[in-house]
Design a binder for this molecule. Structure first.
Ligand code: SF4
Ligand code: SF4
Length: 65
């Protein structure tokens, strides 16, 4: 799954853009767009300091029930 973006949490820091190995993250004034180039590596999700990017596998859920 391509990461989900939560605009209200984004601080426009640019961290996600810098870590993407395939330049799939487009950032414009606090709005992130992930393009079809995404290989679903979750690096941007892990790099985001505010949790504005999430995926089905990150962050890990503490409670599996
Ligand atoms: S999941 Fe990986 S490939 Fe996709 S946008 Fe994030 S860093 Fe780039
Ligand atoms: S790393 Fe997170 S807070 Fe920073 S620009 Fe990307 S989505 Fe926004």
């Amino acid at each position: 799954m391509i990461p989900e973006f939560h605009r209200e949490l984004c601080t426009d820091c640019g961290g996600c853009v810098g870590v993407c190995p395939v330049d799939a993250v487009e950032l414009w004034r606090g709005d992130v767009d992930i393009t079809e180039a995404c290989i679903e590596c979750d690096l941007c999700v892990k790099a985001c300091p505010t949790g504005a990017l999430t995926s089905q596998t990150w962050p890990p859920t503490e409670d599996e029930d």
